[in-house]
Design a protein around this ligand. Structure first.
Ligand SMILES: Nc1ncnc2c1ncn2[C@@H]1O[C@H](COP(=O)(O)OP(=O)(O)OP(=O)(O)O)[C@@H](O)[C@H]1O
Length: 808
């Protein structure tokens, strides 16, 4: 805390800034409130201001320029309205709490030091000379996050500025009144962070600009690397850093980067709603948010039924020890691996020489062009031409073939049948087309006549002789052509969409012959249970269905054959929970967004999906994606979410991981043992009531699977539990209160209190379930309770009993 005199001065300054804000808001308010109407008016007036006259060429030109001028004026006015509105909104946002930090900085060689007050946006005095508040993203404000008092420096586009920081201060301001002021030395005040972290969870994430930590600031302001990889412990602020990074990038590159050029890949749809308020809180528009699943579905275009990652994980968790289950697990891991990626790439090369599969083009139960014909044509092209270019050549050939077949087809019997049953509309259409054709030909005829009149000789027609336009004859021909054309339209469309390539057959073929597959792997060994893996894959494909682990490889192969449909608008992609994506998926994302930089944030300790990728390891496949020179690796070890007691407990579940708890104290995790399932439900309900009475209003009962969630929800409601919310993969929003959900849907989010519904060996037995268990426990901010009706899972049994409180 600071002394009374300083406090007084600070309050006076705050009053002055608040007053200035109020008066400037009052100034623009009337203007802004009518802004919408004004823009609408301008649009309405648009045509009134323009004189439209197209009688002569000059008039036409004048009208054209008049419209252009009016359009430019309209754009200019809209732009300036938008700017004024933005400024107005940012002043309104500042009003209750104009700043949260201050540094006094004495630049080398300067006479005076500068007081730099930092807030969520900049505010300049009336004369436009002094910054009353600096935006937290300005270069000078970076010192607030990066340095403690003493020598300090910051980078500007013109070079580095060095000097001495003489003061670093933090404020808590509510409704224009100082609540707290701290002078800080080392890090950004523990006191403030303590207070922020001690608060209850929200159903929406909050911005952290007032308390960004130095190591997080590196992530936020990194502007060099093509690929930024962040491996961070649970609760270390990865998602927070990612969102503030988006805000930073939008500010720094505001002239050329807009929110729709940034895409965030989220772990599930609920997460989207959880993080959706952070950027608007900072005065920025939200980036695009999506899930990988949405992308896959989009690219597959409804041609196949796609398993989602949650179905896949349920399968992993519930798989019994049969060969089929075992094979599926191995298959999931293998198909996510680089080994399989290389096999697919080799396969595509091999297809350049042999083995391509096509789907014949059939019409009225006849094969018009057979798969064999296509194959022969395909391999007749020079083998040095790239695979996808040969596909395009084949497409061209097919369209020509279809055109000629279409001509032949006009004489077919079925055409005559259809001709007999044409309705009047079709006749009318044919007649009108004929009329047009006639008029065209008549014009040629007139021209010919003029030529003859002039030169006494006729020009040569293309055919060398004049054609006589015979309506009756041509009408039937025209109708026949129309009929066949209409029937051939879907065929042409299929060819244009490259549907003549048998992608399902080609993907299936890879699993058809072990010798062939071995050839693709360079004679490396096939994984265990290979024949069962092949059987399952082919069987699924035969039903036009795809396992989740096959979706990306399938699309990858499709793109190798057909060319990639890239998105060149997007400049930044963020992948949260990045450990849950396979190397395959990263390669796919890179191809999809060739002009984007990538920020991947994740925690291998929470890798609960079988396709997990190690992020921070020297052998991480992600490093090779853009190359080591273009890749930065950052590790976050301090965990902010949970109390020290909870972090110490969860940390011991992952021996060997470096995790440092933030020093916020709370109760030890409680391990509650009851005799029966019914008693457990009763006990949980009592605990829920007690937690709510303590003020914790965001609570999760976390289970391993969806089935267990349904069971828990049933048991708790049967014992009188009211107002519980069962969360499923379809749920779109988080709400406060008590949620019952499987751990994979709790990824990335947090709760005041977490209750692990069943921590018995029956639920968490396998070593592979350790990360599920860890992820579930790390969702808790203030309280963690675990339940069992018998023994504890072996994951807990080995822990030091000082880490928890056992309750019977
Ligand atoms: N610098 C900070 N100041 C204040 N709060 C912070 C800070 N860093 C992180 N937090 C808080 O810590 C909690 C965890 O942050 P976040 O969800 O971003 O972590 P994460 O690394 O993405 O976690 P996980 O991997 O477990 O999902 C949030 O409540 C966040 O607001």
């Amino acid at each position: 805390m600071i002394n009374g005199k300083d406090w007084q001065q600070e309050q006076e300054r705050l009053d002055a800034v608040t007053e200035e804000l109020q008066s400037r808001i009052a100034e623009v308010e009337p203007e802004v409130s009518g802004l919408r109407d004004q823009v609408v008016d301008i649009r309405k007036q648009f045509w009134e201001e323009v004189t439209v006259n197209t009688s002569t060429d000059e008039d036409f030109e004048e009208t054209f320029y008049s419209i252009k001028q009016q359009e430019a004026l309209l754009n200019e006015r809209e732009r300036s309205h938008k700017l004024r509105l933005q400024r107005y909104k940012s002043m309104k946002r500042l009003l209750p709490s104009p700043y949260f930090g201050r540094i006094d900085f004495h630049g080398d060689g300067l006479k005076h030091s500068e007081e730099v007050y930092i807030g969520v946006s900049s505010f300049i005095d009336k004369d436009g000379l002094d910054f009353l508040v600096y935006d937290w993203r300005t270069p000078i404000a970076s010192m607030y996050y990066d340095h403690s008092p003493g020598a300090a420096q910051y980078d500007t586009p013109g070079g580095q500025i060095t000097g001495n920081m003489t003061l670093k201060r933090q404020y808590q301001i509510r409704d224009g009144k100082l609540q707290n002021v701290f002078d800080t030395s080392v890090t950004i005040g523990d006191e403030l962070l303590q207070q922020v972290l001690g608060k209850g969870a929200d159903n929406q994430m909050k911005s952290i600009v007032a308390t960004i930590q130095k190591e997080q600031n590196v992530i936020i302001r990194d502007d060099k690397s093509h690929m930024l990889i962040v491996q961070g412990a649970a609760g270390s602020g990865k998602t927070s850093a990612a969102l503030q990074r988006v805000a930073y990038l939008l500010y720094k590159h505001r002239e050329r980067l807009s929110a729709d050029q940034i895409v965030l890949f989220s772990p599930n749809p609920m997460f989207n709603s959880y993080v959706s308020t952070v950027l608007p809180e900072l005065g920025e528009e939200n980036m695009q948010q999506t899930t990988f699943q949405e992308y896959l579905a989009y690219w597959l275009g409804g041609t196949m039924t796609l398993e989602d990652p949650f179905e896949q994980i349920e399968c992993v968790l519930t798989a019994a020890g049969s060969e089929g289950a075992e094979a599926r697990l191995i298959s999931m891991k293998y198909k996510a691996s680089e080994a399989f990626l290389h096999a697919l790439q080799n396969y595509a090369l091999w297809l350049g020489k042999e083995g391509m599969l096509f789907q014949s083009i059939t019409f009225r139960d006849r094969e018009l062009i057979t798969a064999e014909q296509m194959k022969a044509q395909f391999y007749s092209y020079d083998s040095s031409i790239r695979l996808m270019n040969r596909v395009l050549l084949l497409q061209e050939w097919l369209l020509k073939e279809l055109a000629s077949l279409e001509g032949q087809e006009q004489e077919a019997e079925w055409v005559q049948d259809e001709l007999d049953y044409l309705d009047t509309d079709q006749y009318a259409e044919a007649y009108s087309m004929l009329r047009k054709k006639y008029e065209r030909e008549q014009a040629v005829f007139d021209f010919t006549q003029q030529y003859v009149d002039l030169y006494g000789d006729r020009p040569e027609t293309e055919q060398g002789e004049e054609e006589i336009f015979d309506f009756a004859l041509q009408e039937e021909e025209m109708l026949r052509r129309m009929i066949v054309k209409a029937h051939f339209k879907p065929l042409r469309r299929e060819v244009k969409r490259l549907q003549f390539i048998d992608v399902i057959g080609l993907y299936s073929q890879l699993f058809g012959d072990e010798a062939l597959y071995l050839q693709m792997t360079g004679e490396a060994e096939v994984p265990q249970h290979w024949s069962e893996i092949c059987r399952q894959t082919k069987e699924k494909l035969s039903r036009h269905e795809l396992f989740y682990e096959d979706a990306t490889p399938f699309l990858y192969l499709k793109e190798l054959l057909e060319g990639t449909r890239t998105n060149t608008v997007v400049r930044h992609i963020f992948v949260d929970e990045g450990q849950d994506y396979s190397p395959f998926q990263y390669v796919f994302l890179k191809r999809l967004f060739p002009r984007a930089r990538m920020t991947v944030l994740g925690d291998f300790g929470q890798a609960i999906f079988p396709q997990a990728t190690q992020l921070h390891d020297v052998n991480s496949p992600l490093i090779g994606l853009y190359g080591p020179e273009d890749t930065s690796l950052i590790r976050l070890v301090q965990s902010y979410r949970s109390t020290r007691q909870i972090v110490e407990f969860t940390k011991s579940l992952l021996p060997g991981e470096e995790i440092v708890p933030f020093n916020r104290s709370g109760e030890k995790p409680s391990l509650v043992v009851t005799d029966t399932v019914e008693k457990r439900a009763t006990r949980i309900l009592q605990d829920l009531a007690a937690l709510q009475a303590e003020g914790y209003d965001s609570i999760a009962v976390i289970t391993k699977t969806a089935a267990e969630s349904r069971e828990a929800y049933g048991a708790l409601t049967a014992q009188g539990g009211a107002e519980l919310r069962l969360i499923t993969k379809e749920t779109q929003r988080f709400e406060k209160g008590v949620s019952v959900l499987p751990v994979y849907l709790a990824k990335g989010v947090e709760f005041d209190a977490v209750l692990i519904y069943d921590a018995s060996p029956q639920t968490y037995q396998r070593e592979s379930e350790r990360k599920h268990f860890y992820t579930a426990c790390t969702r808790a901010m203030h309280r963690l309770l675990l339940y069992t009706t018998g023994d504890w899972t072996p994951l807990v049994q080995g822990l030091d009993s000082a880490l928890y409180e056992e309750v019977r």
